[in-house]
Every structure is written in structure tokens, then in C-alpha cells.
Write a protein that binds this ligand. Structure first.
Ligand code: RIB
Length: 305
């Protein structure tokens, strides 16, 4: 009997997001007044798991929350959108927390206090997690040893890995070679490739350099300038959808979750990027991380315009 590998396994972070709307972000040493604090479920891992579930995927997640009240509420938020939360572990102490300011143009600035996320360890990664999994999706808000362990085990088992290398940090070629897909924004692409990335042409050069470092398929997102990809079967670029931007928080997460779902369903990279590009755009049109993640119908509706 052939085992269907269609599930998306997300290994990543869960944060509670404390969000303040400001006219302009403060500079160093500056104080600005903002609106009332709003609280949303967030964390790049949890957002990507929720994004994949809302985009129609079967999703399970490995991560750690703390033993404070936030931990349970983050698990509940994921369960509500259909993510299998049985592999979410508890860590005595605080849950991860993100302090976010969003300015009048919708651009955000984020500081993360990792809390329980920094305790997700290589020992938490077991072969059973990969049962029925068609793709693994990770980010960089957990210890790098854990990300490396997942990539190593996934390679042994034969499951493709997608890494959203956010927040940006240097990575060695051994890890990049184990990835089937690398998704980066401008600053992450620049950090990993050594190439200035401020437009489509720079992103294309960076994608080529990152492929030369070992990753088979590289996708560079450029916010309002669109997206560039270069892979084993195709290369190309797409403009961003024209939408009214309210809050860019989790737009990249919506992109990654949606991309993983279509790839797990067997779509070609170009088709998956088209779907993800629409998901990312829709996520900018409302406030907050997880509440802004689009449903499949809405993604497909935007694609068909
Ligand atoms: O990508 C957006 C996320 O980054 C926020 O939800 C915040 O928690 C940080 O992890």
C-alpha cells in the first residue's frame, strides 16, 4: 500500500503578538505615542501553520509554548483553524512574545522575546513526526541545531524541506544543500548571498548565487515589487497584486504557508508561487498576524482577477 504524503509539517515558533499602531516608527532614543495595544496570535511558525491550514492544507506543527496563559491560547488559535496541535510541547516559563509597531503605511518593526521557542531542541525531533508528511516547513525563530536536525532527518526519510530563512542569520552550505526550497525576502537574500537586493534584477542574481550554494529552488520575495524564483524546472518573476495595505505583518508567513500547501499537493513551482503571491498580498489587507491569513477561496478569487 502506498502511503499518501500530503501533510505539511511545520516546525517553528509560536508568539503572542503585542501590536501598537503608530504614525511613524521611533528612531534610536526617540519616544512616540501609539494607539492601544492589541494582542494577536503570532510567531512565524504558528502563522505559517495557520496560513497553510487556511489555504486548504492538512497541517501539523511541532513547537513549544510556555506554561503561562498565552501558551494555551496560542494552541487554541491553531486548533481552531484546523492545525493538528498534538505535537506542541510545553516548556516551564514564558511563551514567546513579539513586540510589534505598525506605521501608517502598514510597515512593521518587530522585536521577539523567544521564551519557550528557544527550548525546542534536536531531541524533540522524532522520525514519527514525518509520517504522511509531503513537505516540512521551517523558519529561524528556534535554535539552529533543531532546524539542522529536522533537515538531516527529513533528508534521510526523503521528505523535501522548505526553509523561510527569517529572521535572517548566516547559514552554512551544509544546511542549504539539504533544502529543496529556500524562501527569503530582500534583506535575508542579501545576507545569505552577499548581493545587494533592492529590485528584481538584484533578486535574480541573489537567487542564482543561493542556488550555487546548494539549494535546489530559491524564491525571493520583494514586497510591493513582487517575487522572483529560480529552480530546477523553471525561473521567473511575478508582480505584486495591487491591494490596499493595512498591515504587512505575516504577509511572508501567508506566502510560505500557501507555497508549501501547493507544493505538497504536487503543483509545479511556478503555479505554487502564483498561489503564494496572492496569499501574501491578501494578508496585508487586514490587521494582525493570524487573523489576516486568507482562505483558499479568497486566494483563488484574487488569482483569477
Ligand atoms: O512574521 C510575523 C511574525 O514575526 C509575528 O507574528 C511575530 O510573532 C514574529 O515572529
Amino acid at each position: 500500500m502506498t502511503v499518501q504524503r500530503t501533510r505539511v509539517l511545520v516546525v517553528g515558533s509560536l508568539n503572542v503578538d503585542l501590536v501598537v499602531q503608530v504614525e511613524m516608527h521611533p528612531g534610536p532614543g526617540e519616544t512616540v505615542l501609539g494607539e492601544d495595544v492589541r494582542t494577536f496570535p503570532g510567531g512565524k511558525g504558528a502563522n505559517q501553520a495557520a496560513a497553510a491550514a487556511r489555504a486548504g492544507g492538512k497541517v501539523c506543527m511541532l513547537g513549544r509554548v510556555g506554561t503561562d496563559a498565552y501558551g494555551q491560547s496560542l494552541k487554541d488559535a491553531l486548533a481552531e483553524v484546523g492545525v493538528d496541535t498534538r505535537q506542541l510541547l510545553e516548556q516551564p516559563g514564558p511563551t514567546g512574545m513579539a513586540f510589534i509597531t505598525v506605521d501608517a503605511s502598514g510597515q512593521n518593526m518587530i522585536v521577539v522575546s523567544s521564551g519557550a521557542n528557544r527550548h525546542l531542541s534536536p531531541e524533540d525531533v522524532t522520525p514519527e513526526l514525518f509520517d504522511g508528511v509531503g513537505i516540512v516547513l521551517m523558519q529561524l525563530e528556534n535554535p539552529l541545531e533543531t532546524v539542522q536536525r529536522v533537515a538531516e532527518l527529513a533528508e534521510q526519510i526523503g521528505v523535501p524541506v522548505m526553509l523561510n530563512a527569517a529572521p535572517g542569520r548566516p547559514l552554512d552550505d551544509a544546511l542549504l544543500k539539504r533544502l529543496s526550497y529556500l524562501v527569503v525576502n530582500e534583506s535575508e537574500a542579501a545576507l545569505l548571498s552577499g548581493q545587494v537586493v533592492s529590485d528584481i534584477a538584484g533578486a535574480q542574481v541573489a537567487a542564482g548565487l543561493l542556488r550555487a550554494r546548494g539549494t535546489a529552488n530559491v524564491v525571493v520575495t520583494l514586497g510591493g515589487q513582487g517575487v522572483v524564483w529560480e529552480g530546477t524546472g523553471s525561473r521567473g518573476q511575478l508582480p505584486a497584486h495591487q491591494v490596499t495595505v493595512v498591515d504587512t505583518t505575516a504577509a511572508g508567513d501567508a506566502f510560505c504557508g500557501a507555497l508549501a500547501v501547493r507544493l505538497a499537493e504536487g503543483a509545479e513551482l511556478e503555479e505554487a508561487v502564483r498561489f503564494a503571491n496572492a496569499a501574501g498580498a491578501l494578508a496585508t489587507t487586514s490587521e494582525g498576524a493570524q487573523p489576516s491569513l486568507p482562505l483558499r477561496n479568497d486566494i483563488e478569487a484574487l488569482m483569477s482577477l
